[in-house]
Design a protein around this ligand. Structure first.
Ligand SMILES: C[S@@+](CC[C@H](N)C(=O)[O-])C[C@H]1O[C@@H](n2cnc3c(N)ncnc32)[C@H](O)[C@@H]1O
Length: 465
């Protein structure tokens, strides 16, 4: 640790986006753990704040996080902070001059930006705030266009837009290091994607899932409910090889009805491979298969570095599985037609999750992560409903609200041990390992909430929103 603190023991400031607030901490922790770095912060840390101070890291750790995050907007080396202008000044004057000196030299140009959260300042006030920093020993010249170093004064006016204080609650000053990858949300938008479906996952959430899973270059990622492959697109962006299955023949083969409003049938080459080609990652496409996630098709080996998936909830797509022979009513002896007729039967949500966890326990490498969405009926939700498995450790559980009475939770689990025979009876010792049957009525509860309030309730999510 002492070695690590040589040039470091500096504090870094993350400026976080104020959407998907619940997903931010697990994302940053997952990206730090890719470098085996802990998440260390100050005693005054507030998770909902748009500004987080991180300790015990190197500049390279921060740059690596910023090269992946879609939750953080920018990162700074923090030079000073306080609750008032004078506290900020005292803090800046205490910052070791030798840490500042390399960036303030005569031959270097610089500029200072002012960023305010929850308040808009006019140009005159911004200039005043910059002028108030004239005690800092800048020796170089200001250059607004092509500058060597950028500094930023960041003011936090709280999170309540109806109660904006006159003066900021917190003020920070630091050297800008890097921006995050928020631009990916626009450049990978499903609106501009070649192949989409009714349940294509939004780009921002797909990248968040890939980050929670800690997907990295050369990993092999699998999505057992692959649909149009939005999660594979995000994982391949980070250099992983990607594969998946879906029970729907048309989706896997990119044929049938289109999801776009002004298009009746899917065009040629509307498939997952073409999506990866669109983003320049076709070389990482392994393949996708028509297959039922309730049936085992893989050899019993730890094959995948991550399983990232969005199982069906029965709202915009049906939850079904193929039947086995014993489920088929035998035809009469004199029947002359095809001898095998595959049947499609209901696939209950609690079975979907139990199968998914069991599959992950067998087919993830040790340390590999499962990331998936669990739909919940909010009035009944409690943590005990989140499915557990003796081989998988729960890492995070974040909520995304769908309506006033439903939400989905992004669950991240890490494989921490190989399966053993004794795992099959673990639910006898601890009932939390039995699958929670209440998930099965999610569909009825989802729609019952909508009708109860005479349509004034928030509507179900629309196509591709
Ligand atoms: C929520 S969608 C996944 C959407 C996908 N993430 C995307 O971006 O397009 C769930 C998918 O699970 C598939 N599915 C339903 N039952 C299945 C089963 N038993 N086995 C495999 N896939 C199944 C559906 O056809 C659907 O494409």
């Amino acid at each position: 640790m002492a070695l690590h603190c040589g040039r470091a023991c500096r504090t870094y400031l993350l400026h976080l986006a104020h959407d998907n607030v619940d997903f931010r901490l697990p994302e940053i922790k997952a990206l730090l753990s890719l470098r085996s770095r802990p998440f260390e912060t100050s005693d005054t840390f507030r998770e909902k704040s748009p500004f987080w101070q991180l300790n015990g890291l190197l500049e390279d750790d921060i740059r690596s996080v910023m090269s992946r995050t879609v939750c953080a907007k920018s990162a700074f080396e923090l030079w000073g902070h306080g609750k008032t202008q004078s506290e900020l000044k005292t803090s800046l004057l205490e910052y070791p001059p030798e840490n500042m000196a390399p960036y303030l030299q005569q031959n270097l140009t610089y500029k200072i930006n002012v960023y305010t959260f929850n308040k808009t300042l006019d140009f005159k006030d911004r200039i005043k705030k910059i002028d108030a920093l004239d005690f800092l020993p800048f020796e170089g010249k200001v250059n607004l266009k092509d500058t060597d170093h950028i500094f930023c004064l960041l003011e936090d006016y709280g999170c309540d837009p109806n109660n904006i204080p006159e003066e900021p609650l917190h003020i920070y000053f630091g050297r800008w290091l890097a921006d995050g990858q928020r631009e990916l949300i626009r450049s990978y938008s499903v609106k501009k994607r070649h192949f989409i479906g009714n349940t294509s996952m939004d780009a921002g959430l797909s990248f968040i899932m890939a980050n929670h899973a800690g997907v990295k270059a050369d990993d092999l990622v699998y999505d057992p409910f692959v649909g149009t492959g939005s999660l594979l697109v995000a994982c391949s962006h980070f250099g992983a090889y990607v594969s998946g299955t879906d029970i729907d023949y048309n989706t896997i083969h990119g044929i049938g009805k289109a999801s776009r409003k002004n298009q009746k049938w899917r065009g040629p080459d509307e498939n997952i491979r073409a999506n990866l080609r669109q983003y320049g990652t076709e070389s990482l496409y392994v393949d996708v298969l028509v297959s039922d996630a309730s049936q085992t098709i893989w050899r019993k080996n730890a094959l995948f570095d991550a399983i990232v998936t969005d199982p069906p909830y029965g709202i915009r797509e049906s939850t079904r599985r193929t039947g086995s022979n014993k489920d088929i009513i035998r035809p009469p002896d004199d029947f002359a037609g095809e001898s095998y007729v595959p049947v499609s039967m209901a696939y209950h949500l609690s079975d979907i999750f139990a199968d998914l966890l069991n599959f992950s326990a067998h087919h993830l490498v040790l340390g590999g992560r499962l990331v998936y969405w669990l739909p919940v009926y909010k009035p009944e939700y409690c943590e005990e409903m989140v499915p557990l498995h003796p081989c998988l450790t729960l890492i995070s559980n974040c909520e995304q609200t769908l309506s006033s009475h439903t939400s989905r939770r992004l669950i991240t689990m890490e494989k921490t041990k190989e399966p053993e025979d004794s795992d099959q009876v673990v639910h006898l010792a601890d009932p939390r390992f039995s699958s929670y049957q209440g998930h099965n009525s999610f569909r009825e509860k989802y729609f019952s909430g909508l009708t109860k309030k005479n349509g004034r309730e928030s509507k179900p999510p629309q196509k591709n929103e």
